[in-house]
Design a protein around this ligand. Structure first.
Ligand code: FE2
Length: 196
């Protein structure tokens, strides 16, 4: 006959083991080698570049959400919706870039404080701003991302990292160019009711 289990031991088995601590399994900036037929130098350069474009994309994404919440004026409704659409698209980009970093054996930046230290997009004030200022900030941020992404795409192609080149060209560059078009048309000063 089996011994009845001690009730306390049974309950103990169901208890979550929380507050656990251990060393990191991979330090930031160190590459783990994957069998992907890429040189370590190519992977390292791509990881570094992608972390920069990741920090700037997270910042641009969050700038869209800030403006989605804080927009004011007669174009409130359309801009409220457009800013949120672009936020969602930037959010998709964030995930695509971050997962590329991991698949190259690198480590993604993730937390707000680390992003804030890394991004080169100027920090906006906490308060609300007028629509033309909001849009100017967004366009400046897009231009920063586009400029760096184009030179990173060329570097990736030269190093033989075609996957990173494709991601930067097809997703980051084309996506940002389209958003620039949609947003910048709002700063064209055309009459609303009576033609000039
Ligand atoms: Fe919302």
């Amino acid at each position: 006959m089996s011994k009845p289990k001690n009730a306390e031991a049974v309950v103990d088995r169901a208890r979550p083991i929380d507050h656990q601590k251990a060393h990191e399994i991979q330090a930031f900036g160190h590459l783990s080698r994957l069998p992907n037929a890429l040189s370590q130098n190519a992977a390292r350069q791509s990881v570094e570049n992608l972390n920069q474009v990741l920090a700037d994309t997270i910042t641009l994404r969050d700038l869209y959400k800030k403006h989605h919440w804080q927009v004011a004026g007669p174009t409130f409704y359309q801009l409220h919706l457009l800013f949120d659409k672009h936020y969602e698209e930037q959010n998709e980009l964030v995930d695509t870039i971050a997962e590329r970093i991991q698949m190259l054996g690198g480590i993604t930046l993730a937390m707000a404080a680390d992003v804030a230290e890394t991004t080169i997009i100027p920090r906006p004030p906490k308060g609300r701003e007028e629509v033309p200022v909001q849009i100017s900030r967004l366009l400046h941020a897009h231009e920063i991302v586009l400029e760096e992404a184009r030179s990173m795409a060329r570097q990736a192609a030269e190093a033989g990292d075609d996957g990173t080149n494709d991601l930067l060209v097809s997703d980051v560059i084309r996506g940002n160019e389209k958003q620039v078009w949609f947003v910048s048309e709002h700063l064209v000063d055309v009459p609303l009711v009576k033609a000039d």
